[in-house]
Structures are given as structure tokens and as C-alpha cells.
Design a binder for this molecule. Structure first.
Ligand code: MN
Length: 227
């Protein structure tokens, strides 16, 4: 069998300690998973069911120079720990959730905040405000066998050396395992899926020339320059 048009490349992420690549399937993002960030966006952070939005899998970006996207003048990177799944399923029990995790990394949930605000005001979808080209810059991944399961780790996001976001993944309202369980009640999770686990307070705009460093303790920094 052949395809009628040329097959595209599989989006993929490097893996620490190997030349193998992690193939990226879908990208799921959780909203308002840190109380202080929920407050800064004008919401009550009382624990309510998590909500998710998605990015295209080909938004996974591994370059060091990030092209400032079209159609925004208020681009916000949200620094987040990312979780890569080696297997999925539907209605995954909590006891099996961590077994689905291949590894962890650092990602930026790139957000056209001006477009997102219009979408919120008008009840429109977030897909394109959260989904420019290269919507999800990601660091290299570290396998669970190397770093264990990360439920406590400092998170730091700097722009040009100045701290913008500081937190700890132990502040997540919904843990990685809880998110896997909940997502698997909504959709059958698959190998290659990525979960972006939410961002602490301090989101703000970046401009061309800015140098971004996202850090989660125990993982490789994600470094980008906006061009
Ligand atoms: Mn986010």
C-alpha cells in the first residue's frame, strides 16, 4: 500500500542517555492546576474536577530558536512539567496510573493570551490560542527508570535571568496519577501521549530576543531564544 500524498515526519522528542526518540501522539494540557495561577487568572482555586484542552502533536518543538507566532501581541509561555506516556487505556485505575508513565520533561505551554481572552469572552474554543505552530516546546525526556516518579520538584522559569515563575510540582492540585485516571475516563489514552501538568503563578509576555529557561529539579532545562 502507498499513501496518496507523502507521509509526514512523526513528531518526536529526544530521550536522555539514548539515541532513541519518543514519538509524540496527542498533547493534553490541564488548566488551572496550581492555586496561585488560578487566582491570577481570576478564578477560585477550590478543588474542582480538572479540565483539559489539547494541542496538536506536531506542536512538540525541540529547537533552540523559537519563532514568535503570528496573530498575537501577547505571547505567554507557561512553564510546566510534562509527562510522556508509554501506554494508555480507558478507565485506568489509580493503582495502574504511574505504570503508564514513560518519563518526564520540561515544557512551555505557549499561549496567545490576547486571542485566548477573546475566546473566553465570546465562549469560543481555545484551540488556536493554545495552538500556534510549535505550541509545545519540550526538553529532552528522562525515563522513569532514570529519575523515578516526580511528585516533588522545584520549578523555576526565568526570562533573561529574571525569575518569572517559581513553584514546586507538589503544589499541583491534581497529581500526575490523578490526571491520568481522570483523562482516561474522557478518552482512551495512548502510547505517545503527552500531558502538560499546569503552571504556577507568574505568567507574562515574552518578546523577540528574550532568553527563556524552564527548570524542574532533576530534569534537563528547556532553553529557548525567541526570534
Ligand atoms: Mn498551561
Amino acid at each position: 500500500m502507498t499513501y496518496a500524498i507523502p507521509l509526514w515526519d512523526t513528531p518526536s522528542l529526544p530521550i536522555a542517555g539514548t539515541d532513541d526518540l519518543f514519538p509524540v501522539n496527542r498533547i493534553f494540557c490541564v488548566g488551572r492546576n496550581y492555586a496561585a495561577h488560578a487566582r491570577e487568572m481570576g478564578h477560585d482555586p477550590d478543588r474542582e474536577p480538572p479540565f483539559f484542552f489539547t494541542k496538536f502533536g506536531d506542536g512538540a518543538f525541540t529547537g533552540s530558536e523559537y519563532p514568535y507566532p503570528s496573530a498575537t501581541e501577547d505571547m505567554h509561555p507557561e512553564c510546566e512539567m510534562i509527562v510522556a506516556l508509554s501506554k494508555g487505556g480507558a478507565d485506568i485505575p489509580e493503582s495502574d496510573a504511574e505504570d503508564c508513565v514513560f518519563g518526564y520533561g520540561v515544557g512551555f505551554d505557549m499561549t496567545r493570551r490576547d486571542m485566548q481572552q477573546i475566546a473566553k469572552d465570546m465562549g469560543r474554543p481555545w484551540a488556536l490560542s493554545k495552538g500556534p505552530d510549535f505550541a509545545a516546546p519540550c526538553s529532552i525526556l528522562h525515563r522513569v527508570s532514570e529519575v523515578g516518579h516526580i511528585n516533588e520538584a522545584g520549578l523555576l522559569f526565568t526570562v533573561n535571568g529574571e525569575i518569572r515563575q517559581e513553584g514546586n510540582v507538589n503544589q499541583m492540585i491534581w497529581s500526575t496519577a490523578e490526571m491520568i485516571v481522570y483523562l482516561s475516563t474522557l478518552i482512551t489514552l495512548k502510547a505517545g501521549d503527552i500531558i502538560m501538568t499546569g503552571t504556577p503563578a507568574g505568567v507574562s509576555a515574552v518578546v523577540k530576543g528574550d532568553k527563556l529557561i524552564g527548570h524542574v529539579d532533576g530534569l534537563t532545562d528547556l532553553e529557548l531564544t525567541i526570534v
